[in-house]
Write a protein that binds this ligand. Sequence first.
Ligand code: SAH
Length: 397
Amino acid sequence: MKAIELKAGREKSALRYHPWIFSGAVDNVQGDPQLGDTVEVYSYRGDFLGLAAYSPKSQIRGRFWTYGERGNIDRDFFSEILDRAIAARKSRGFNIADKENAFRLVNAENDGIPGCIIDKYAEYYSVEILAAGPEVHREVIYELLAEKTGCKGIYERCDGDVRVKEGLKLRTGAVFGEVPDEPVEIKENGISFLVDIKNGHKTGYYLDQRDARRRIGELAAGKKMLNCFCYTGGFGLYALRGGAEHVYQVDVSKDALKIAKEAIMRNKLPTAKATHVEADVFQYLRRCRDKAETFDFIVLDPPKFVESKDNLNKGARGYKDINLLAMKLLAEGGMLATFSCSGLMEMPLFQKIIADAAADAGRRVQIIERFGQPADHPVATGFPEGQYLKGLLVQVI
Ligand code: SAH
């Protein structure tokens, strides 16, 4: 029997459905389990806690598949999870039968497949596996996904650095059907986006900002907007549709900007009202400050600045820096939509950073709305770490 026994008291999180077993919680391991093997998990008293996938190299030594239930981690197990994820999405307005839409079908731990993300882009699926458990079951997951969705192709984006910590090799490629080399067109709230499944960031696109983009589009009429870290243009496209006077799209990625420009034409939005700038946002904001330029609306949607607890302070300084600069560039009555996708930076700290930035910029600012994750990026209550994206809409008064 392959099993792990936890130290006294370390069963508490499992009883609350927290999916991770840290290496420090493990008292002993029996049966010599290998990477991704299913192990039974017991408390120090010998109570059965559930089944987990074993990761010998990772700080997260195990990830629960089941809580308090025995059984096999097999085709039926994954079939049931996928059915549940598909039905849950449908009940939230995301239908796999829709050939144009895009959404997250499986949100890893939160949907019961720890370390596995499955995103739908029109008729294709892009999958990122970040842990040993789903890695050893990948073939069955792909077969089921193809069967249940009737999709045209599935592409693996198993190229995230975290795989190395898990002892997994990086790997990308089509695992079912064919996936085109050119970007795939998806529809999001009626806007066309081009998603580069093979080379884009993460699985190709940032689906998690869908709701925030729509809201900001509603507020953009007549405004001069600065969209920082624009990637393939998301917020800017919504703003143009919403009647923005001009949108400045800034990103370091030339490839992303090229797609952003194409998307404006494809949506028949006014190209003359958009300026694309390939620049480092930290420098660009300083240049705007030096020229005393102002904007009516600024979006700051940076990449993850906090990768680990050790660099929380450094990350916090990064957020403070860009937010302080942005506050200085806001016109009277101007709005700033500011985000953090660092899970380790929780809302209270983020809000404090925004307050500090306002104080240092000498601006009186109100928080008028809060942003989180959309319904296809659910957070399991037992897994608060699942809540990574947060944002504030603030206005200078
Ligand atoms: N707002 C986007 C997603 C942003 S993701 C959307 O709605 O889809 C973060 C983006 O920041 C990436 O496109 C990345 O290329 C860009 N980026 C990272 N560091 C940067 C920097 N220092 N200056 C400008 N862009 C940067």
